[in-house]
Design a protein around this ligand. Structure first.
Ligand code: COA
Length: 227
């Protein structure tokens, strides 16, 4: 059974056993497969300076196996955009409590491009929107390769460029600010036909959360599913 878990400093102790496989998967995917060699580390674990206790992770688990993930960083603290790629954002630095930066979204190779049921990647995009509206975020910054843009467009994510695309390691890369709002979450929800919220908040009862819209009031799909 697919579950997407919120993992933050408050409940990290409950997920400690997943972190070693998680960082090893990141190394396999980003260093060995994507050849992002700047991220290479001799211990075979891809961990960077942003994997601090303030990072929030979404772990997608299928019967206890980690099959996908995403990372969110508060923009009040250092981010990839502020510290590594500031030149991609020509609209002025974004440091706001209601905006987080997303990075390291991945799905393990065996679970990509699935057609039976919602794709794991779509579930992650829905789940992070749900996380954002639950804790009162209004946007996500992302440094991304330009091929994401039509994918976002198709699934209803509204991405606003913060600068012009630049070539980096043979890819066209840009910075965007994505709206985090109920309308996007509802649209994603309808597209993938969910009947209940996506997120598991184990050990996070102390976190103040805003109520999500009633699932039964969600409109039928207004956007065509991706693939
Ligand atoms: N370059 C260009 N396009 C890419 C791409 C890449 N590195 N990776 C995915 N795409 C696009 C392509 O259009 C692809 O269609 P294709 O199969 O016809 O080439 C489409 O996305 C579907 O990708 P796929 O990987 O089959 O399935 P998915 O939608 O289930 O998963 C990702 C998408 C990005 C989650 C998955 O490819 C992944 O985990 N990639 C490795 C991690 C990564 O690069 N993350 C992004 C940066 S953080």
């Amino acid at each position: 059974m697919l579950e997407i878990h919120v993992v933050r400093k408050d409940n990290r102790h409950l997920y400690e056993r997943y972190f070693d496989p998680y960082f090893r998967l990141r190394h396999d995917i980003y260093v060995k497969q994507r050849k992002w060699m700047d991220l290479d580390r001799p211990d075979g674990r891809e961990i960077d300076q942003f994997d601090t206790e303030d990072a929030v992770y979404l772990f997608c688990l299928d019967n206890g196996q980690l099959i996908g993930a995403m990372r969110a960083l508060p923009t009040l603290l250092p981010t990839l955009m502020s510290d590594i790629f500031p030149y991609l954002n020509i609209r002025g630095e974004i440091r706001r409590p209601d905006v987080y930066e997303l990075s390291r979204i991945f799905v393990i190779p065996e679970r990509r491009g699935e057609h039976a049921g919602p794709r794991v990647e779509m579930l992650l995009l829905t789940a992070i929107m749900e996380y954002g509206i639950s804790i009162g975020l209004t946007g996500f910054t992302i440094v991304l390769e330009a091929w994401w843009l039509p994918r976002f467009e198709r699934c209803g994510w509204k991405a606003h460029p913060l600068g012009l695309p630049q070539p980096i390691d043979g890819m066209s890369v840009l910075a965007v600010l994505v709206d985090c709002d109920e309308a996007t979450w509802k649209s994603l929800y309808s597209q993938i036909g969910l009947t209940k919220p996506t997120l598991t908040w184990r050990g996070l009862a102390g976190i103040t959360r805003q109520a999500l819209p009633e699932i039964s009031t969600l409109a039928p799909p207004s956007v065509q599913p991706t693939r």
